[in-house]
Design a binder for this molecule. Sequence first.
Ligand code: FAD
Length: 374
Amino acid sequence: MKKTYDLIVIGAGLSSLMFLSQYIKKFNRQSILLLEQKKSIQEDQTFCAWEGPGLKSIINSFKLRPKKVWEKISIQDGNKLIIKDVTPYRYVCFDGKETLKKLLKVCKSKITVINNQKVKKITYKNNVHEIKTINQTYYGKFIIDSRINFKEHEVKSVFVKQAFIGHEIELKKATWNKNEAMLMSFKKNKNEIEFTYLLPFSSKRALIETTVFSSSPNLKSIEKRHQIQLKKYEAYTVKRKEKAIIPMAIISPDDERGILKIGTSAGMVRASSGYSMRRVANWILKLKPRKITNNNLYQYKYQPNPLLNWLDRIFLNVIYNFPEKGPYLFMTLFSKANMSSLIKFLSDEASTYDLLNILLSMPKKIMLKGLFKK
Ligand SMILES: Cc1cc2nc3c(=O)[nH]c(=O)nc-3n(C[C@H](O)[C@H](O)[C@H](O)COP(=O)(O)OP(=O)(O)OC[C@H]3O[C@@H](n4cnc5c(N)ncnc54)[C@H](O)[C@@H]3O)c2cc1C
């Protein structure tokens, strides 16, 4: 006889596992199946987020151990360098593999997890969803879908992509200031916004990423520039690699009967930054916990803040249409804005005062150009 699960979750990535780790605390009597296409958790990600006053603590709520915490950040364009002490806020980095492993461990005894199951097709028949993978068929009353598979009409802004290639490397000589994370060090590039992101875990070990915001990034060419950059560090050992293309766009998924989209395809990646851990955490931690039923699945749908989306749309228009202005835009924002307002803005927790502060700190001419474009 076929088994029908109460809930089938597709994808064992960040949004699914953060969601499940909280959901099963309250509702552990439902039968839940988690299907993941990969064989195991990879070592190819780090998740960073802001922590501090006015922000729900990811560390405490999800019982995660940070890999490193910084109280100083910097941003640079040519010889202009801005260093900010962000206390009482902190820029916190979580190791991707450790984080996903920890979240999965919390859920594992309460749910069924099957790896190597790439979902190919979902059909709805007789009030039940039929999920077909390459070699199996599963049945579920409700589906939570974290696959990245949004449709063109679900993208509600210009479509920028964040592409990056990173290496975590170790040197023999102490080189970096381990107390300061470099968020953006801009490179000269007329057609794209390009910068280095450098997270020093110690004076000898750091994650160095070459990142590009572009409508059509070319990973091969980013790789070349990244390798040139790494050459300045002699005799380094590569500990880990990261490589990704993340959508930077406002995405609003269609409603589908009995299916809840979460993660990237549900607009949970912040359009102006490409970050999602904070948004996913805020979404889950603010939800009024309810056992998922036919009548309340829609209450779980991620509802973006319209004001933040409006501002992000202007940012995206600038990045898309005037990439050469990008470094000036970010440098102005970081030098003029109140750090607490900026961090709350980046963390989806800005008050009206914070939003006003951000608006007044932006270069007016560029933002007006972004406002009236498309
Ligand atoms: C290298 C890297 C670094 C990042 N750094 C940060 C950061 O510092 N801070 C931050 O906030 N965000 C960061 N992000 C962005 C974002 O947080 C991540 O992309 C995050 O993983 C998004 O969560 P998700 O659940 O939407 O997608 P994922 O975590 O990618 O989860 C989706 C899961 O679904 C599985 N899947 C896909 N298709 C199928 C299918 N057909 N069948 C079964 N399973 C399927 C995938 O294998 C995957 O495990 C980073 C992303 C990457 C790639």
